[in-house]
Design a protein around this ligand. Structure first.
Ligand code: N0T
Length: 526
């Protein structure tokens, strides 16, 4: 299956990110890798609970699992470390030929301190909580707590040492230090320490990238508290990441609790300090050891999802979706993500624990819920190394069915590519004179396609519940579809299984309900 694990103990090159011409690749075992993942629920960081994940992940064809490890379980008593869960995770993952993204739940988990050890939670003098504007305690640890940083970092380094010593084959391919950092309803720490730092001028590195100067208030106005906390949280997380990378230089990323894709967030409403799309540059300046920042998507509005993906997909920021709702209507967004060059995709809550975070995600993990994801994972999984390599080198485009079901088009080189939705394969939407019924999926929130331009006139198509049309866009006469092949890759080379023609091509290219990968050759007749 997908992940291609080597024998236990055999050293492999350490995973890393590569960026070329503004495109990114996650390099695993020396070659580009597309993470087809699933995150487990929050309390699945124990060996027995973890067993509920494998049947679901195996069934959908995932190649990676995202699993938390908590500071509270690693260091239950100060200075005494227990890495037994990490070994269990490595063993179980290897047994299922699965790679791992390790989530460090420490100082911040959905901003809160719930995953810190009791000796941290109960010692507010040594590990201070933030102060609110009226001077009372806020339930989130302060980014200015030096002892907190030291202690968190020491425990995180133990985790990384364990990986260095017991994961030479790099089952763990990515690490997420902390989870959804920031603080709700308290934009920054209003303690004496916080206030003194806030009164200073902004750091030179930040002035350089933003072109702003003066104090935080002068530079950032209404967003000053939030900009300040973003800088301080980012610098704190960076110190942890840097210490971990010094032990084993795995790629590391942070995830954001989002708050509206287009507006500047309300500092009191958002997880202030976390890496939301409008503060990516602050995080980049403060946290050079963080490889990329990533959106946790729980918004079902297709237009909003696209905006988030576009904000995080940057030449200086690899797109990865570390969390997205696991409900049926989210799964089509994998095409929008991978089509934007995403290095990975991972719905949240893909273990069968009986817990569901509806309405953020699904109400159950039945066939109807998982089918669209399984179909996409089967297709991308069958060509995973090839898709990852091609997406690193060639232009790609991806689209999910929009809320209004309208046709979506783009231009790729000299060709116009269009995706339409909800139609029977044989042409028109409804053949009234034949008393046709609408397609059963016409109003379903499913459908998407990802397209890679292999060369000027060749396209690779992966999709479901979509019709694709490709037409000339450069004004040259005689543009046409020359040949459509269904097939796959063997040893990096395209191998066709059949040619599509006749009904299969006369009314557009219809990808529907089974795994089919197409290579389309366009041309001009003279
Ligand atoms: C996520 C998950 C888990 C549109 C929620 C989302 C995970 C964390 N938090 O199940 O707790 O550990 O990263 C917060 C979403 C806030 C509401 C957004 C409404």
């Amino acid at each position: 299956t997908g992940a291609g694990q080597v024998a236990v103990g055999q050293a492999t090159p350490i995973p890393h990110l590569e960026t070329r011409n503004g495109r990114h690749a996650l390099i695993v075992d020396g070659a580009p890798f597309t993470m087809l993942g699933g995150q487990v629920n929050n309390s699945t960081n124990y060996p027995d609970a973890l067993k509920t994940a494998w049947p679901v992940l195996d069934r959908i064809g995932a190649n990676t699992v995202e699993v938390p490890i908590a500071w509270q379980q690693v260091e239950p008593r100060e200075g005494q470390f227990d890495l037994s869960f990490l070994q269990a995770l490595l063993d179980q993952a290897r047994g299922h030929d699965m790679r791992v993204v390790l989530l460090w739940f420490g100082t911040w988990k959905n901003t809160g301190l719930a995953y810190t050890p009791d000796w941290v939670k109960l010692d507010n003098r040594r590990f201070p909580r933030m102060k609110t504007r009226d001077g009372s305690d806020h339930g989130v640890l302060s980014a200015h707590g030096k002892a907190t940083l030291d202690a968190d970092r020491r425990a995180f380094v133990k985790v990384m040492e364990y990986l260095r010593d017991h994961d030479r084959q790099n089952t763990v391919i990515l690490v997420q230090p902390e989870n959804e950092t920031g603080s709700y309803r308290n934009p920054r720490d209003y303690s004496a320490t916080g206030n003194a730092l806030f009164a200073q001028t902004i750091p030179a590195a930040l002035a350089r990238v933003t072109g702003k100067r003066g104090t935080w208030a002068q530079a950032f106005g209404a967003q000053a508290d939030r900009a300040f906390n973003s800088w301080n949280v980012a610098a704190y997380v960076d110190a942890i990441a840097a210490a971990g990378k010094a032990v084993k230089p795995l790629p590391m990323y942070v995830n954001a609790s989002l708050s509206g894709p287009s507006n500047v967030p309300d500092p009191d409403g958002v997880a202030s300090g976390g890496p939301q799309q409008d503060v990516l540059d602050i995080w980049k300046a403060a946290a050079p050891h963080i490889d990329f920042q990533a959106p946790d998507i729980y918004d079902r509005d297709a237009g909003n999802v696209v905006q988030y993906l576009d904000k995080y997909a940057r030449p200086d920021n690899a797109l990865m979706v570390p969390e997205i709702g696991n409900a049926r209507d989210f799964h089509r967004f994998i095409y929008a993500a991978l089509g934007r060059g995403a290095i990975g995709y991972s719905p949240f809550g893909l273990d069968d624990t009986g817990y569901f975070n509806y309405p953020l995600g699904a109400r159950d993990l039945d066939d109807k819920t998982l089918e669209p994801l399984t179909l996409a994972y089967r297709m991308f999984g069958s060509i995973m190394r090839d898709w990852a390599r091609i997406a690193f080198e060639r232009p790609t485009w991806g689209v999910a069915k929009p809320a209004d079901g309208a046709v979506v088009s783009t231009r790729m080189g000299g060709w116009k590519v269009s995706a339409s939705w909800g139609e029977w394969q044989f042409g028109m939407k409804d053949w009234t004179w034949l008393k046709s019924a609408p397609a059963p999926w016409a109003n379903e929130p499913i459908g998407g396609v990802a397209i890679a331009q292999l060369s000027a006139d060749e396209f690779l198509l992966v999709g479901d519940h979509v019709r694709v049309n490709i037409d000339g866009a450069d004004g040259k006469p005689g543009g046409m579809v020359v040949r459509v092949e269904e097939g796959g890759f063997e040893n990096g080379r395209w191998v066709m299984s059949r040619v599509w023609n006749g009904d299969q091509t006369d009314y557009g290219l219809n990808l529907l309900d089974r795994p089919q990968v197409l290579k389309v050759t366009m041309g001009h007749y003279r």
